[in-house]
Ligand binder design. Structure first.
Ligand code: ZN
Length: 313
């Protein structure tokens, strides 16, 4: 059964044709999110990408059984309108109708991106888990909560939106306007910004060497790699990041009495180096015993979860 999954983020649009019997991506595309793109622009791109993948697989667009979109924001109750997505600058955007225009008889489903990732991970790292929180750490921070095996949505679908929980009220400014939110402290954006400051202010840092002094080239991976190699500037950033993430994990475990907290998104690719430090910090600073798991599908979770949305309508 071939279904389309799209993961629309502030940095990239990732597209995939997913064989939902095998939970396998059989064709994929990734393009940068065009700056200032409206929801109608993105609907057009979704169709263009699906046509490309259909041509590659030598089938027609109408052969896909469903189209799913994972979106970085809050949806309305019937999940047809994206009420707000700070990262995209979209408010009250009727995304489902815009995409449906291009796919006449093929059903179109929308879901918050972190919920979509959680749906994917139920077939991966979280198989069998009933009470779990997933934090997806990327440009922003998404979150999904499974309680007694059911997705926590609440009245307006925002009850599991933990990115804007304020951990430290005098922390850095967040995209929502407040200070010290989980998103402001634990996103890839925080790591990139801190890395940039080091490149600009500390020419002796390894991050400076790795980027040839060009702060625009810094990524969270540069920071992690430099920390791994023992660079003091990078280690200071890394340790601060782990402190914040440990506080976020402990908060989530505590608030939902969760048996496990899973970490997904691009940051989860940091692997053992991050997870061993995080587990130690959560235990030592917060006395928290919940399991901390790396998500299995990493950067593919949005695509796979979006393709599996038909199961949750
Ligand atoms: Zn915030």
């Amino acid at each position: 059964m071939l279904r389309l999954g799209f993961d629309v983020g502030g940095t990239y649009i990732k597209a995939g044709v997913v064989d939902t019997n095998l939970i396998k991506i059989v064709s994929r595309r990734i393009i940068p999110f065009p700056s200032d793109a409206s929801y109608t622009d993105v609907a057009e791109l979704v169709y263009a990408l699906s046509s490309e993948m259909a041509a590659e697989l030598k089938i027609q667009n109408c052969r896909f059984k469903s189209v799913g979109l994972a979106l970085p924001g809050i949806l309305n109750e019937d999940r047809s309108v994206l009420k707000r997505a700070y990262n995209l600058g979209w408010y009250d955007a009727p995304v489902r109708a815009a995409v449906q225009n291009y796919f006449s008889d093929v059903p179109v489903y929308l879901e918050n991106d972190a919920n979509a990732a959680l749906i994917a991970e139920r077939h991966g790292a979280l198989r069998g888990c009933k009470n779990v929180v997933l934090l997806t750490l990327g440009t922003g921070v998404g979150s999904g909560v499974l309680l007694n095996g059911a997705l926590l949505r609440g009245e307006s679908g925002s009850s599991a939106e933990l990115g804007h929980v304020r951990l430290f009220p005098d922390g850095p400014k967040c995209s929502c306007g407040n200070r010290g939110c989980i998103e402001a402290l634990c996103s890839a954006t925080w790591l990139t910004e801190e890395g940039k400051k080091s490149v600009i202010n500390s020419p002796t840092s390894l991050m400076y060497k790795k980027t040839d002094g060009d702060a625009g080239k810094i990524t969270p991976k540069t920071v992690f790699d430099s920390a791994k190699e023992g660079d003091g500037y990078a280690l200071a950033i890394f340790n601060k990041y782990v402190d914040s993430l440990a506080a976020a994990v402990a908060y989530c475990a505590d608030r939902f009495n969760a048996g496990a907290v899973a970490i997904g998104g691009g940051i989860s690719m940091a692997g053992f180096f991050l997870f061993s430090a995080l587990k130690a910090r959560v235990k030592e600073m917060h006395g928290c015993r919940c399991r901390i798991l790396p998500a299995m599908f990493a950067n593919d979770a949005g695509i796979i979860g979006a393709a599996l949305l038909y199961k949750f309508q």
